[in-house]
Write a protein that binds this ligand. Structure first.
Ligand code: SAM
Ligand code: SF4
Length: 348
């Protein structure tokens, strides 16, 4: 049933801590019934911080000259993927700034095929590489990727315009999401919450968009301002507690409204609170994306300030993560893809 817009706005507007706790509990019950309490890991490789786009909120936008650009070599990326496979993570995510040139498309095709080969087809693969043509999405799908994450960022046309240069288009992003579906990917999208000028009605409309587009996965998070962006004036007034609350509310309301999709608890939550990702699981998320990028590259991938684990290597992260997940009574789906149940139900 299509969620009721007023009810979404009501839930998103809750402020009282007891009422919020009830909301998280309600979402957790729905998660338990619909997708269970197993957490699926997708090790995330931040492959490159080179980006041809210039989104006003993002620390690695092309217009930020103040840091070194990198691209991880094929050999290094395959080594990280192998590490992920050996740790028995079911899947990985390859994320980077957006590039559409032929050399990049070929590089990704080869990398995806290489990861498929090294894991004997056992490692699930999600890509998050921005807007591409349908042909490129198809090439990467044929090479072995089967999920794609492309956040719509906001469905409010005016807000989208205020956060992007004139040549970035909401319509084109939507077209890309539909191409991904057509090619056969499990499609993930999402928005940022707490953007300047965004209302709870906007977020309710975003959730209705997720429902109408019948998405399989969501990766959403609070917006965190960055000093080296055109939105730097928001840094001083930024309230991390409020941003965390917004991020958790968004997860909970999406779980209540959309039921059986996969929802990620994102690093942005951890940047706001040491246990932010566990709180995300308790608010209804069921997917976690540990960072497996070699620490040498991590300070080059600062989308926002305060990004955690910059100097922690991936091994340390997995140990502390396993303990944290056990401490909230959940288990890890080792060696499992943990695909979206929603995707399979739609396919039936
Ligand atoms: N370039 C690809 C794209 O934009 O789809 C993938 C990488 S991009 C860094 C991944 C996501 O980071 C974006 O979809 C955006 O929502 C998020 N992001 C960028 N800047 C952010 C910020 N300041 N706070 C929170 N999330 C941010
Ligand atoms: Fe590039 Fe993605 Fe950042 Fe936009 S959000 S500037 S496309 S990396």
């Amino acid at each position: 049933m299509r969620p009721d817009r007023n009810e979404l706005i009501r839930m998103l507007s809750l402020q009282d801590q007891d009422e919020l706790d009830d909301l998280y509990k309600q979402a957790y019950e729905i998660k338990k019934q619909q997708v269970g309490t197993k957490v699926y890991f997708r090790g995330i490789i931040e492959l490159s911080n080179i980006c041809s786009k210039n989104c006003f909120y993002c620390g690695i936008r092309s217009g930020n000259p103040d840091f070194k650009r990198y691209t991880i070599s094929m050999q290094e990326a395959l080594r990280e993927a192998k590490w992920c496979f050996d740790q028995r993570y079911g899947s990985l995510v390859i994320q980077a700034g957006e590039r559409t040139d032929e050399a990049w498309v070929d590089f990704i095709t080869e990398l995806v095929a290489g990861i498929k080969e090294l894991s004997g087809g056992k490692l699930g693969m999600t890509l998050s590489l921005g807007e591409q043509s349908e042909e490129v999405y198809a090439r990467w799908f044929e090479a072995g990727a089967h999920r794609y994450l492309l956040r719509i960022e906001t469905t409010n046309q005016e807000l989208y315009k205020s956060l992007h240069p004139a040549d970035h288009s909401l319509e084109y992003r939507l077209k890309c999401l539909r191409s991904l579906r057509k090619v056969g990917y499990q499609v993930g999208t999402g928005v940022m919450i707490g953007l300047p000028g965004q209302s709870m009605a906007d977020i309710a409309d975003d959730i209705l968009f997720f429902f109408d587009e019948d998405v399989d996965m969501l990766g959403m998070g609070p917006y965190i301002p960055h000093q080296k962006t055109p939105l730097k004036h928001l840094v001083d007034s930024f309230d991390p507690e409020l941003a965390l609350q917004l991020g958790l509310k968004l997860i909970a309301v999406c779980r209540i409204a959309l039921k059986d999709i996969n929802i990620a608890t994102t690093t942005a939550l951890q940047a706001l609170h040491p246990e932010g990702r566990e709180l995300g699981l308790l608010a209804g998320a069921n997917v976690l994306m540990p960072n497996i990028t070699n620490t040498e590259y991590r300070d080059g991938y600062q989308l926002y300030e305060g990004k955690p684990c910059l100097d922690e290597n991936a091994d340390q992260c997995i140990n502390c993560l396993s303990r944290r997940i056990a401490s909230i009574g959940e288990s890890i789906g080792f060696d499992e893809w943990g695909d979206s149940l929603h995707f399979f139900k739609r396919k039936q």
